[in-house]
Design a protein around this ligand. Structure first.
Ligand code: SF4
Length: 172
């Protein structure tokens, strides 16, 4: 019951986990500007938290460095489903100006799946807010998919009052 209640309000109050995977701090300053009163990201219900186990949106900045990649994957796996990953800044999407360097990888999607890419070096607060709004829509879709497992099984029909499993997706 409490789980149903939480699902209903997830889109209205998503918690965000911000992780710097090796950024020059330019993108991080823009994220902080988004959370400050001028851009006020909290008006969308977003709350910045430091706990992956309570987060819905994983907001990553910077190229993945050799030393941060394990932490990146660890944080991602600790977040509960449904979750949305947002790559913030050119470095996070492709490696950006650090691409090809001996100590950096070429974007975070080499390690974890990314749902929203925000380009720019550094992206404007408006771009970041736009990316978070897209992430909220994806989060809502993912929540619905989890809420309705019947969709994963295809159309459910009855035969003599029993569920007809022969017509389910994936049945032989
Ligand atoms: S995208 Fe630009 S501002 Fe952001 S971490 Fe990379 S170099 Fe810094």
């Amino acid at each position: 019951m409490i789980q149903e209640f939480l699902k209903k309000f997830r889109k209205k109050s998503p918690w965000l986990l911000h992780y710097n995977a090796g950024s020059c701090n330019g993108c991080d300053i823009e994220i902080l500007a988004c959370l400050a009163p001028k851009y006020d990201l909290e008006r969308l219900g977003v709350r910045n938290t430091g706990n992956p186990k309570q987060s819905d949106i994983f907001l990553v900045t910077g190229p993945v460095t050799m030393r941060s990649r394990e932490r990146l994957v660890e944080l991602y796996t600790q977040m509960p489903e449904p979750k949305v990953v947002v790559a913030c800044g050119s470095c996070t999407c492709t490696g950006g100006v650090f691409r090809g360097m001996y100590n950096a990888e070429d974007g975070i999607d080499r390690y974890i799946p990314v749902d929203v890419y925000i380009g720019g070096c550094a992206p404007h607060p408006e771009q970041i807010i736009d990316g978070i709004v897209k992430a909220l829509e994806i989060l809502e879709t993912k929540t619905k998919e989890i809420e309705q497992p019947k969709k994963l099984m295809g159309k459910i029909t009855e035969n003599d009052g029993q569920t007809d499993k022969t017509k389910m997706a994936g049945s032989l």
